[in-house]
Design a protein around this ligand. Sequence first.
Ligand code: NAP
Length: 346
Amino acid sequence: MKIPVGILGATGSVGQKFIQLLSDHPWFEINSVAASERSAGKKYRDAVNWFMTAPIPETVADLTIRTCEPELPCKIVFSGLDASVAGDIETEFAKAGYVVISNSRNHRFDPDVPLLIPEVNSDHLKLIEQQKYGDGCIVTNPNCSTIGMTLALKPLHDAFGIAAVNVVTLQALSGAGYPGVASLDIIDNVLPFISNEEPKMESEPLKILGSLNGDKIDFADFPISAQCNRIPVLDGHLECLSVTLKQKASADQLISAWKNFSGEPQKMDLPLAPKQPIYYFEQNNLPQPKLQRNLDKGMAVSIGRLRECPIFDYKFVILSHNTIRGAAGGAILNAEIMVKKKLIDL
Ligand code: NAP
C-alpha cells in the first residue's frame, strides 16, 4: 500500500508540480489537498487554474480542497504555501505530529531545521532530533536557484575548497508563481531584480555546505555575490558562476569532480533521484533551458562552458529546472530519503 500524503498550497505553481510529479509515484499517493479559504470547499478541478501540460490526475481532480488546518488524513505534508502564511501553518502541522516538507523560506534558517539537498547534506537530517515537535518535524528545501548552484559547488568544495563565488542568474518565469510577472513587463524584456532572491543565494549555500557539529551546523565560510535577473523563459534557471578555489586545480580535475559526483539518493536508488546529479557538456553553446531542463527527470544539473577567469580562477554556466529540482521534485526527494532512512514513523 502506498503512503498517503497531503499537499498544502495545492492550487499554486509548486502545488501543481507536486501533484503532477506524485501522480504516478511508486511510494506516495495524494489523499488530501489544502489551500486558502478562497479555494476551500471546492472540488480541486473547479478551484485550480491548472497550467501543467498533462491533465489533472483523476485521483486528485475530485478531491475537495480543505483549509490548511492540521486535520488531514496523512502523516506527510508537502508545502507549496505562499511565504506570507507558510511559517505559522507549517509550525502548526509539525506541532500536530505531521512531517512537513516545505518549499517556503520561513523555516530555512531555524537552527534545528535541515535545509536539505539530499546529495549534498543528508547528514543534516540529524538536526530533526533537536526539534521540539514531538512526532512531527519540518524539513526545508533551499531556494530554486540555490539548489542548482549548490549542487554544482559541492564537488568543488569537497575536492579543492571554495574561497569565493560570484553568480549572475537568468531565471525562468515559473519561479515567480502564477500569474507571476505581468506579460507586458517581461515580453521583449529582462527584469534586473527579483525580490529577496540575492540574499537567499548569498546565505543558503553556506548552511547547506556547512558541517554538522554535534547538534548544530557550522556554516561554510566564503563570500558569495549574487545578481538575479528574470528572463522570458518558462522553466529552467541558467546561472553564470565565477569561482575561486582554495587549492589550485586543472579544468579537467573540475570536470571529473562533477562527473564522478553522486550521493546517497543515487546509492539508495530513490525513485526521483537522477541517475547522475551533474552532467557536463563539452559543446560551447550548452546548457540551454529549452534543451537540458528536463534532463534525468528534471532532477539533474547541467554544466558547461568551463574556462579560466582573469579575475576568479574559473567561470562556467549551470542550468537546473526550477520547479522540479528547485522545488517540488527536490522536496519529494527529501521525503524519499527520510522514508528510506526510516526517519518517519508511518
Ligand atoms: P503560488 O503559485 O502563488 O501558490 C501559493 C499557494 O498558497 C496557493 O495554493 C494558495 O492557495 C496558497 N495560499 C495563499 N494564501 C493562503 C492562505 N492565506 N492560506 C492558505 N493557503 C494560502 O506560489 P508558488 O510559486 O507555488 O510558490 C509557493 C512557495 O514555494 C513560495 O513560498 C515560494 O517562494 C516557494 N518556491 C517557489 C518556487 C517556484 O519555482 N515557483 C521554487 C522554490 C520555492 P489559493 O489558490 O487558494 O490562493
